[in-house]
Design a protein around this ligand. Structure first.
Ligand SMILES: [Zn+2]
Length: 373
């Protein structure tokens, strides 16, 4: 199959071209109109498929309590946000719940089926601080425990890609070193760490920050803390929830400006109640809150998030697009096959308007919104 457009996102800009897709991959990139195209998208934007590395679920599908049917439903939904791959994210829960979830997720990941690809697992619980737990369950938080994480990883058939850890907790530095040595990326978050503690964690191997600005001590000009370290350190990737509620758009602009085009990662942190009609009441402003006002996840769609970063947080287009494509791919170490439109990579492609309204999404070359391609 050949698709073409005058605006394909390649090497940091939109260029005219054709993509020859064979066996789920981008086999060749040709000049516009070189061969007869099966689909001509004119001047619509053809972007690399979006990647969400921090999402807990959608409409009753819950990464923490997965069933094959629910996960399949979720995989089929994700292209409706422009997403072609994502990382199923668990929150703080009991050991029994974790063991069940990781075993189940491992099996599902090895038998993908249709829809967006689940690239792996993100463990957001349980190694976080009681002082910055947000909406996470206080009672099942444990000290960073590498032994336990590696046990979970084995249960998941080694599909845990990333874990959150609060650097100030006892044993955190050893945990970071051991997780990193096992090939699991450590993101710091749900934390009240000082700037210095955060820097030590980065030295020990931390490469990301979990929903930067949320679940962490706010920035203070004399005590920059973990938020300050996330902004200042040029090596770490910073997640940002791009809904304008979890962090105000000017704050997203500050985070995006500091991290630049290569280190910002857009996430939804979307809750399993997103799009569940039963919870519509709790979502009056575009995000979910507990009765005490604590935010517990967004209702954001990733394509809206890219638009928000560009138009509402006033970040450069390249920063906004990279935040949902090549940056998460690099953070996860899957940029050899995902995150950009290049020959030899998976044909994960999101076609949209200038305002990022979706027109078609291809997962491994298969059209998801209008089918039969
Ligand atoms: Zn989360």
């Amino acid at each position: 199959m050949i698709i073409q457009s005058r605006k394909i996102w390649m090497n940091g800009s939109f260029q005219a071209g054709q993509l020859k897709i064979i066996n789920g991959g981008i086999q060749k990139i040709l000049p516009y109109n070189q061969e007869k195209a099966d689909k001509d998208y004119g001047s619509l934007l053809v972007c690399p498929g979006f990647i969400d590395i921090h999402t807990h679920g959608w409409n009753k599908c819950d990464a923490g309590h997965p069933t094959s049917a629910a996960m399949q439903k979720w995989k089929m939904h994700m292209p409706h946000e422009g997403v072609t791959s994502f990382v199923a994210t668990t929150a703080t829960q009991s050991i029994e719940e974790n063991e069940k979830a990781f075993s189940k997720l491992g099996g599902i990941i090895e038998n993908q089926g249709n829809g967006a690809e689940i690239i792996g697992i993100n463990v957001e619980g349980n190694y976080i601080s009681h002082n910055a737990h947000g909406a996470q369950d206080l009672y099942t938080i444990v000290k960073p425990n590498a032994e336990q994480l590696l046990h979970y990883n084995a249960l998941s058939k080694h599909h845990i890609l990333t874990v959150t850890c609060a650097p100030e907790c006892e044993g955190a530095i050893d945990f970071i070193k051991r997780a990193t040595a096992a090939g699991i990326r450590v993101s710091m978050g749900h934390s009240a760490a000082t700037y210095e503690e955060s820097e030590l964690a980065i030295k020990a191997g931390v490469t990301g920050t979990t929903h930067t600005g949320n679940g962490m001590t706010p920035f203070h000009h004399r005590r920059p803390g973990i938020f300050g370290a996330a902004l200042c350190d040029g090596s770490v990737y910073a997640e940002v929830i791009g809904d304008g509620i979890h962090v105000a758009f000017p704050t997203a602009q500050i985070i995006g400006t500091m991290k630049g085009k290569d280190r910002l990662i857009l996430v939804t942190d979307s809750s399993p109640v997103k799009d569940d009609p039963k919870y519509a009441e709790m979502n009056k402003e575009g995000a979910f809150r507990l009765p005490d006002g604590t935010l517990f996840g967004s209702a954001l769609y990733v394509n809206q998030g890219v638009y928000n970063l560009y138009k509402k947080a006033h970040l450069p287009l390249e920063t906004a697009i990279n935040a949902a494509t090549i940056n998460p791919a690099k953070f996860l170490g899957v940029d050899n096959r995902k995150g950009s439109i290049e020959e030899g990579k998976d044909a994960d492609i999101t076609v949209c308007t200038n305002t990022f309204d979706l027109k078609e999404v291809y997962c491994m070359g298969k059209a998801q919104l209008h089918g039969n391609n």
